[in-house]
Design a protein around this ligand. Sequence first.
Ligand code: 13P
Length: 258
Amino acid sequence: MMRKKIVAGNWKMNMNFDEGIKLIENIISKINMKASLVDKKDTGVILAPPFIILQKASELCFDNQMISIGSQNCSQHEKGAFTGEISAAMIKSTGANYVIIGHSERRKYFHENNETLSEKVKLVLENNLFPIFCCGEILSERKSGRHFEVVKKQLEETIFKFNKNDFQKIVLAYEPVWAIGTGVTASPEQAQEMHNFIRELIKNNFNKDIAEQTTILYGGSCNAKNASTLFANPDVDGGLIGGASLKADDFVDIIYSF
Ligand code: 13P
C-alpha cells in the first residue's frame, strides 16, 4: 500500500468566520474545477482553520472526497475546569478528523513540552481523531549540526512511545523553525535528508512497513513556486502550509504540485 500524500493548510490565527467560509468555498470550487481535468484521488487535503470555523467547515466539506478538516490544537485535559480550553471530544463533535499537535508556535509561545504533547496525542487518538504531529529544530540547533539529534529526541519522547497500532494513525510534519514564516525554505536536499532520517528512525523504532506507510509532510515557507521541487523528493509526502494556505489560488496550486 502506498502511503497517502497530504497537503494541509494551517491557517493559524487568521480569518474571522465569514472570511474563513469564503476561503473554503473558493478552495472547494477551484479543486472541483481542477478535479475535472486531473485525477488526484491519492492526495488528501486538510484544512485547519480556527476553532470557531470547524463545524461549518466540516459541513461544507462533508461530501467532498478530498478535503478533511482539522483543528490546530486541543487541550491536554479530557474535560472540566480549564477556562478557555477546547477538548479533543469537542473537536470530534464538530465533524473534524485531524488535530495538529506540537506546532513550534505552541511549543514556544505556550510552553508545551514533550510530556504535554504526549498527553494531547493520547486524547486525540482516544477520540478517534488523527494527530498531525510536528517536529523540527531551531536555527541555532541546525547551525551547530544538532538538528538530527533534536528531532530524534522530540520523537522519542512523544509519539515513539505509542504502540504500533496508534502510531500508524499519526501524520508527521517536519517543520524547521527557521523556515516557518521567514520566506527561507529548507532546500529540497535538506528536506529529503531529514525526512529520510525520520523514516529510518520509524523503521528502527517500529518496523519497515510502518516506516514506508507513514506520511511525512514538510512545513516552512512552502509555497506555489517551491512546492513541486520539495514534493518531488521520495520521502516528502506533501506539505503543512501556513501563509500560502490563506490564498485559494496558491493553496490549490500547491495541492496540484505533485
Ligand atoms: P509558513 O508556510 O507560513 O512558513 O508556515 C508553516 C507552518 O508553520 C505550517 O504549520
